[in-house]
Structures are given as C-alpha cells and as structure tokens.
Design a protein. Structure first.
Length: 240
C-alpha cells in the first residue's frame, strides 16, 4: 500500500500557517493516524509527547489498527472462540473461530424442560389467539362468558404456516375456566391463521358441552402435511 503524503502526527504551533496539504494529509485523511510501521510511529517525538488514551493508528506494513490505552499501543483481538466444551447431545464439528460450528444429536435426551404458559385474567369468549411464538399453552383464569373460537398463529405478525415445515407438528393447549355454565368451543370453533380447520376429536365426536365448575383443557396436536394444510387431533379433558 503506498504511503502517499500522509505524515503521521503533526504538532501545530501558534502562528503556523495551515496549508491545504496539511488539512488533506494530516486531518482529512487521518481521523485514524497513518504510519508505515509501529517503529515509525514510535519514533515520532511529537506523537510520543502528546500520547493520549483513545488515540488510534493504522500500520501499513501489517494492515492493522491499534489503539492507545493510556499506557501502551494495543491490538484488537481476532474474535476467535477457543476452549469449547460439548455438552450432552452436542458435537463440536469445528472448534476454530471466529465462528465455530456444532451439531445436535437427533435423538438427544431432554431433561426436566420448562414451558412458558400465557395466563390471561379474563373469561373465554369471542376469538382467542394462541400465539405459539409466545407460548403454546394459554390459560384464561376467569369464568367463561360465552362459547369461543381458538385461532392458532405464530404471532400477530407471523403465521403459524411460516414457522412450521411440512412434516412438523406442534401441540397447543387451551385451558378454559367454567363455573355454573358449561361453555365450550363454538361449532367450527378452531382456526389456524384465521382459516377454519376441522379437528379430529378423541372418540370421534366433538364435545357437545363443557363441564361446569371445572377447568377444561383442550389439547390440539397440529400436524403440517402441506403448505397451509394441517391434520389436527383434539381432545377435551375435565379437571375439577
């Protein structure tokens, strides 16, 4: 790389005439100071006298940038990751940096997983969105006030279809609280991305009613068989 007219550090004194060349080569071209090498930089008496923490320089011979930490010039780290240790079910396929790679076991053991549940202090009614990117379990803790429709989606901004590949499944659970009236899902009361899907119910028949004075758990296993196409297996379970 040619050094051109860049002159490293220049000490301006009172009364000096600031030339166009100095503005170009000492200021405009050198927000980061330019030196042929660390030796040339360190031999600059004006710079040595004015060293200040936070200064930067570029060294042409090594194509590196350094900074002054208040005591010495320091180089930036390369960012490599070293000393990786593989946990259970993980294989390190490339341990060198800057970005190592790993592989996950296709039949690993899952130990004591926890799952997020979305708790809503309200009663079931209308259309209830289950956003799987937030939680796959939704619990309405107050007494239901009407039959309802479940709509499963990724989020308010993402469809479930966009978050699942063909051949994948996801299970969602809706927990409804009933008191003296046995509310239940509406007829045709299940949707995916706001499109009605008819579940296949355990036992072959959709529940005719809910259960009074109980929490009814509705479990939907959603299997994606093609783009925006699903088989849904559903069940109702009474807890009281």
């Amino acid at each position: 790389m040619p050094l051109g007219a860049n002159a490293g550090y220049k000490l301006f004194n009172t009364g000096d005439v600031l030339t166009a060349a100095q503005v170009q080569n000492n200021l405009q071209n050198q927000s980061i100071m330019f030196f042929a090498s660390a030796a040339v930089r360190d031999a600059s008496a004006p710079l040595t006298a004015a060293l200040t923490e936070g200064m930067f320089c570029y060294l042409a011979d090594t194509d590196t940038t350094q900074y002054y930490d208040g005591a010495a010039w320091q180089s930036f780290g390369t960012g490599d990751v070293t000393g990786l240790t593989a946990g259970t079910g993980i294989t390190i396929t490339n341990a060198s940096g800057p970005v190592p790679t790993i592989a996950l076991s296709t039949n690993g053991t899952l130990t004591s997983p926890k799952e997020t549940i979305e708790i809503v202090v309200a009663g079931s009614s209308g259309t209830i969105n289950v956003d799987t990117l937030t939680a796959s379990v939704k619990y309405y803790t107050n007494a239901a006030t009407a039959d309802w429709t479940i709509n499963v989606r990724g989020s308010g901004a993402a469809t479930l279809n966009s978050t699942m590949a063909i051949g994948e499944q996801i299970s969602v659970v809706y927990l409804n609280t009933n008191t003296g009236t046995a509310y239940k899902p509406n007829v045709a009361g299940f949707e995916i991305d706001s499109v009605a899907v008819t579940p296949k119910w355990l036992g072959g028949t959709a529940p005719a009613s809910g259960n009074i004075n109980s929490i009814d758990a509705y479990v939907y296993t959603i299997i994606k068989t093609a783009a925006s196409t699903y088989t849904v297996l559903a069940s109702q379970n009474k807890f009281a």
